[in-house]
Design a protein around this ligand. Sequence first.
Ligand SMILES: NC(=O)c1ccc[n+]([C@@H]2O[C@H](COP(=O)([O-])OP(=O)(O)OC[C@H]3O[C@@H](n4cnc5c(N)ncnc54)[C@H](O)[C@@H]3O)[C@@H](O)[C@H]2O)c1
Length: 440
Amino acid sequence: MSQPTIAPARGRLGILTPGMGAVATTLYAGVLATRAGQATPIGSLTQMGHIRLGKRTENRNPLIREFVPLADLDDVVFGGWDPYSDDAYAAAMRAGVLRPEHIEGVGEEMRAITPMSAIFSHDWVTRLEGTDNVASDGLTKWEQVEKLVEDIETFRKENDCDRLSMVWCGSTEAYHEPVDIHQSLDLFEAALKDNDQRIAPSQVYAYAALITGTPFANGAPNVTLDFPAMIQLAAREGVPISGKDFKTGQTLIKTIVAPGLKARMLGIDGWFSTNILGNRDGEVLDAPENFRAKEVSKLGVLEQILQPDAYPELYGNMYHKVRINYYPPRGDDKEGWDNIDIFGWLGYKMQIKIDFLCKDSILAAPLVLDLALFMDLAARAGRTGIQEWLSFYFKAPQAAPGLYAENDIFIQLKKLKNNLRDMMGEDLITHLGTEYYEEG
Ligand SMILES: NC(=O)c1ccc[n+]([C@@H]2O[C@H](COP(=O)([O-])OP(=O)(O)OC[C@H]3O[C@@H](n4cnc5c(N)ncnc54)[C@H](O)[C@@H]3O)[C@@H](O)[C@H]2O)c1
């Protein structure tokens, strides 16, 4: 076994979230409540997951957080930006995800988390009205970077942080394909200086994060990290990046069910998915240009898992449709329906119906925590650039250019755990199993 060379998680870790809406405030409240002994961090692999090491006969199965040197929750401090000036307490109350008593229990600490003024543009998120905490008006893109760098450094100093980790929890931006200015770091930096309006606010945050050595994970379907300029920047600065779009709700279910159907060689004629949700995210996604970003990240999943090219008789004619409908009465309580038309032996048809009454932010918050902690671990382990081993957390995982990313959640989990074993110099687990049956 090789010796691991991971810097210890000494001192404080600042977790920074551009966006202090439903997901971010549910994260903050949950971590603070856990720390106060009032809650259990359910849904978080870093806090609750175990990892098997060595042979099954060795019975070694430590908690992940005791196996790899992760930041302790007691050493975490939160900060964020938002175009609305509500503190985390008010924003959590408004988001309506958590019951007031859950927020009250950590009320003082939540009130102390006040948003830094945002780099924000209505051109990219049209549906947000009445924003009162925007710093970017009148600043060029380059000045916006400078303002964020100053925020980051001030936060680091005032909170006595040894390390920072940033996770985008802001709204979904309008969908625009990368253009010429995104094709190289030189062009992108020149475009920042030219105040080119084709640079999205999320790209300004990512740029500021990376040049300050802060790992950046993208929780939205935005085009933020997935173009050559940002990949080159991560390499130049030696910082980890990962994305994109938290895998919760319907896509989580899809990537659990589809691998099972494929494993049994059952065919699929069609997969119709529709959702109703009434939170602010749903309102933003009601705008067609913002929904387009989501649609792109949701549609690719089945195609990759099912491999219609390799299995044309089973998946070659599959019709896949995804709808999201804004329906205010439900708030954060999303309902997602899936109708799956499948066929089996001799082509006989069957149907599967799934009705998932889920709570979006309850599913997303633990992913933000895990990503912040694992990205910090990656940085201390000297890993830079795209962290494909964190594809487990994303609807549209980023992989090396030209390489398809895995969407099957079971393969993603194996990949994640094998990466942890590898970091710590433990044997990888292949599940071969023949060693238990060898003579002598
Ligand atoms: N909840 C889930 O299950 C889930 C799953 C996948 C992805 N996401 C994505 O996570 C993001 C957050 O979701 P949410 O439910 O918390 O949404 P939300 O609308 O409650 O919160 C988003 C916050 O971001 C702020 N914001 C918008 N532009 C910003 C900017 N430029 N800088 C800083 N803040 C900005 C908004 O004012 C808002 O408070 C969305 O992009 C959503 O699509 C959520």
